[in-house]
Design a protein around this ligand. Structure first.
Ligand SMILES: Cc1ncc(COP(=O)(O)O)c(C=O)c1O
Length: 383
């Protein structure tokens, strides 16, 4: 790759991570073991929950799949989520044998609209999966009130929201489950990785068993220094465990999570201040009494107002050696969901409009002030 290409959301890896991965490789224990246990403890401490409430897995997709199984919903039950999300949110619902139902987003916050959730509820609804889009918390007071009123399980998709808080409470601790991603582009990066946070430690324990074939003991507890222990398969699980190599990265990434957020917040603010007079949409400022994770910075580019269309903008940014992303084309734009559920994008007009105009520009803590300036100048020159 061209050396001066600004990779969109490049992870910020330091010597600490490199040394820990090397120590892990030299230790002879690469699979799920002591480093995963430490990462779980550190993550639980960061979230202010008990370590028995968390289970590390190999992706957020796995975390959501396992959480939906562990939630014990009826086969085919309806699960309401947002059309402005990554396909994994909807796929996890489908893999768990449940039926996804979409509720449109608020055009300003880009988060699922509680009024649209209410309107989508049927006698078959059993869960809500809110996604804290870009790191901005959903309206959890209203969502939890709806869940209580209708007796629904809540599984928070916190892929963007490790540092997010709503009215002093941390994202992932409102619902029955919170699911986190440590994918390369995320605020804590382990390559691939995820975490389940469950309100009920028993549900977390079940999720942990489900994430490793349904086995009652993991390898560290079978082959560790306490001597071989038999395991029992207690249900038909999956192969979703996190490795110590991944946790080696995660331990040090998590230690810098706040420092990295500060840097992204400064870049986010710099973009906001620079783009006010341009003919593009910029993200709404965070609401009072909330804490934004500043995971994505998205601009809205449309051919009606700008010199170029969104797709032309993406191409022109690449031409200027700046990586971009799209978060997201709305879920019903994709052929699989159209064919399977007969969904049409126009049924969720807010998500459709955002998905066709949105472009994410680099927001990595690795960006230098000069890189940020280069992005700003490129956007100004193009739109
Ligand atoms: C909103 C959202 N949900 C879920 C996921 C899936 O995360 P993972 O790649 O860790 O499975 C992502 C990742 O991009 C995401 O952005």
């Amino acid at each position: 790759m061209n050396k001066d290409f600004l990779v969109f959301a490049a992870p910020d890896i330091h010597d600490d991570e490199i040394a820990e991965v090397e120590a892990c490789l030299r230790s002879g224990w690469l699979g799920t073991g002591p480093r995963v246990a430490r990462f779980e403890q550190d993550f639980a401490a960061y979230k202010g929950v008990d370590p028995t409430q968390v289970a590390a897995v190999n992706s957020c997709t796995a975390a959501m799949h396992v959480s939906m199984v562990a939630a014990g919903l009826d086969p085919g039950a309806e699960v309401i989520t947002t059309p402005l999300t990554f396909c994994a949110t909807v796929n996890a619902i489908i893999h768990a044998g449940l039926t996804p139902v979409l509720a449109d987003v608020d055009p300003v916050t880009m988060n699922i609209d509680p009024a649209a959730i209410e309107a989508a509820i049927t006698p078959r609804t059993q869960a809500i999966v809110p996604v804290h889009f870009a790191g901005r918390p959903c309206d959890m007071d209203r969502i939890m009130a709806i869940a209580r009123k209708h007796g629904l399980v809540v599984i928070e998709d916190c892929a963007h929201a490790i540092e997010t808080e709503y009215k002093g409470r941390k994202a992932g601790t409102f619902g029955d489950f919170g699911c986190f991603s440590f994918y390369v582009t995320k605020n804590v990066a382990t390559g691939e990785g995820g975490m389940i946070l469950a309100r009920d430690p028993e549900k977390a324990a079940r999720a942990r068993v489900l994430a490793l074939h349904g086995m009652s003991k993991d390898a560290w507890h079978r082959f560790g220094d306490k001597g071989y222990k038999h395991y029992q398969v207690v249900e038909c699980g999956f192969k979703y465990n996190m490795m110590d190599i991944q946790a080696a990265l995660g331990i040090h990434q998590l230690a810098r999570v706040e420092q990295n957020r500060e840097r992204r917040m400064a870049i986010w603010g710099r973009y906001q201040a620079s783009f006010t007079s341009l003919p593009i949409g910029t993200p709404a400022e965070p609401d009072d009494d909330t804490r934004h994770a500043y995971h994505l910075y998205t601009v809205q580019v449309s051919g009606d107002r700008c010199r170029l269309s969104r797709d032309e903008f993406l191409e022109a940014m690449t031409g200027r050696r700046i990586g971009t992303g799209v978060h997201y084309l709305s879920i019903p734009e994709h052929p699989y969901y159209q064919q399977r559920f007969n969904w049409k994008p126009e049924q969720w007009p807010n998500a459709l409009a955002i998905g066709r105009r949105t472009a994410s520009i680099p927001l990595s803590p690795r960006l230098s002030d000069g890189d940020v300036e280069r992005v700003i100048q490129a956007v100004k020159a193009l739109v």
